[in-house]
Design a binder for this molecule. Structure first.
Ligand code: T4K
Length: 390
């Protein structure tokens, strides 16, 4: 007989930022204070850039004020001009992915996702390629890599730009290589909710040196030197204070990853045998970003819907998130786009109704994880729930 755990006194959030000791951050700020140089290609930003280029295995990499700006700049650096055409992307993502296309004056076209990777289905992309297609924008959703080989083949065959939103993919590999080495451009997010963060921040990895030079200009108003502005750029810079935070967060990443991996194993044990739910697992050989812990709620077998479970867990002060519901194709201003009709996205529609991101961060104790799994098991065992879904 399962008993309900007591509610948490404080909310248990889906994530909490990794906060290094304040003294370590203060120490990292000392050279910034000493130099009086706070932004605009400062030394600390440059050293973080160098560190991350190596760590992420990127051919070329630069840092940005946030991931969304990095993606906008990346699309522009690839030469995708406003009004130029359509870019095929996934509806199962955070709004920023599709908004970035919109801000670049490109027309998003939606293709369905693969039921296993939850990323763009290469076959669905193939069916959407037409005379106005100029690019493909995949998302390594939850750090699960897209089918990079199939997308690369499509992009080459049809002469399309291939960009990836790797907001969740810090440290992820695909086919034994860092994701930064696939496609023409890969964006990373360093938002506070990410495993590695700079409070707000992001990075852009580019395959070609020419695109990289273009992106670096775009990041800083297009300024070449005091006499020359080469392009209509924007301000997308990461400042020295964010970069200093990045250095100290990076120093702490090893233990944080180990703790997250242990928490995931504990969730898996706690939820084994609970009917109607399954944890998302990555295929063998894929390096996990440990960014999210995603559970699918199969309403029929579970006896209640994902939305009902999400609401019930709030009574325990467990704040889960339905990343990524609603689908971007359902936003009123994107509904008219090609591929947005619900019947054209059956897999994405089903997945978006089933996924629930559970709390995952290094600050969670084993006891806390056990209480969360107990609450889930208890709620799924309620006869009322079974009756309601019948
Ligand atoms: N592409 C994809 C696929 C993305 O997922 C994202 C961002 C982007 C692009 C854009 O990258 P950025 O431009 O943001 O670099 C959060 C993040 O703001 C967002 O970065 C992230 N994806 C998205 C999945 O999650 P919200 O609206 O869910 O955030 P919020 O404020 O509800 O925070 C979630 C939980 O995190 C809170 O319940 C508590 C905790 N939290 C949050 C913050 C900000 C903290 O404990 N401390 C904090 O400082 O979007």
């Amino acid at each position: 007989m399962i008993t309900p755990p007591p509610p948490f006194e404080q909310p248990v959030y889906v994530t909490r930022p990794l906060l290094p000791p304040l003294e370590a951050f203060a120490q990292a700020l000392q050279p910034v204070w000493a130099s009086g140089w706070l932004t605009n290609a400062g030394a600390v930003q440059q050293s973080l850039e160098a560190r991350l280029t190596t760590l992420l295995g990127a051919p070329h990499l630069s840092l940005y004020g946030n991931g969304t700006l990095a993606l906008v700049v990346g699309l522009k650096a690839l030469g995708l001009q406003p009004g130029q055409g359509e870019v095929i992307t996934t509806p199962f993502t955070f709004p920023a992915t599709v908004h970035a296309l919109h801000w670049c004056g490109l027309t998003p076209v939606f293709a369905d996702i693969d039921p296993h990777t939850l990323c763009l289905s290469p076959e669905a992309v193939r069916q959407r390629i037409g005379p106005r297609t100029v690019g493909i924008l995949g998302v390594h959703v939850y750090g699960q890599p897209c089918d990079v080989v199939a997308l690369e083949a499509l992009a080459q065959r049809h002469h399309l730009a291939l960009a990836y939103d790797g907001a969740h993919a810090f440290g992820t590999t695909a086919q034994g290589r860092p994701v930064a080495q696939w496609g023409d451009a890969t964006m990373y997010s360093f938002h506070a909710t990410k495993l590695f963060h700079t409070a707000e921040g992001g990075a852009l990895a580019l395959r070609s040196a020419a695109h990289h030079r273009q992106a670096e200009l775009l990041r800083n108003f297009g300024i070449v030197n005091e006499d020359t502005v080469a392009l209509p750029g924007i301000n997308a810079k990461l400042n020295e204070i964010q970069a200093a935070l990045g250095h100290v967060v990076l120093d702490q990443l090893g233990p944080e990853r180990e703790r997250r991996a242990a928490i995931r194993r504990r969730y898996a044990q706690g939820l084994a045998g609970v009917p109607g739910v399954s944890l998302l697992t990555l295929p063998e050989g894929v390096e996990d970003s440990l960014q999210y812990l995603v559970m699918r709620v199969h309403a029929g077998a579970a006896g209640l819907s994902r939305d009902e479970l999400h609401a019930r867990l709030k009574r325990y002060n467990i704040i889960t998130r339905r990343y990524f519901y609603p689908l971007c194709s359902d936003y009123p201003f994107y509904r008219h786009l090609t591929g947005a009709r619900p019947e054209e996205l059956p897999v994405a529609r089903q997945v978006a109704a089933e996924v629930l991101s559970l709390p995952l961060h290094g600050g969670l104790s084993d006891a806390c994880v056990d209480r969360i799994t107990q609450a889930i098991a208890y709620e799924l065992a309620q006869p009322a729930a079974r009756g309601a879904a019948a």
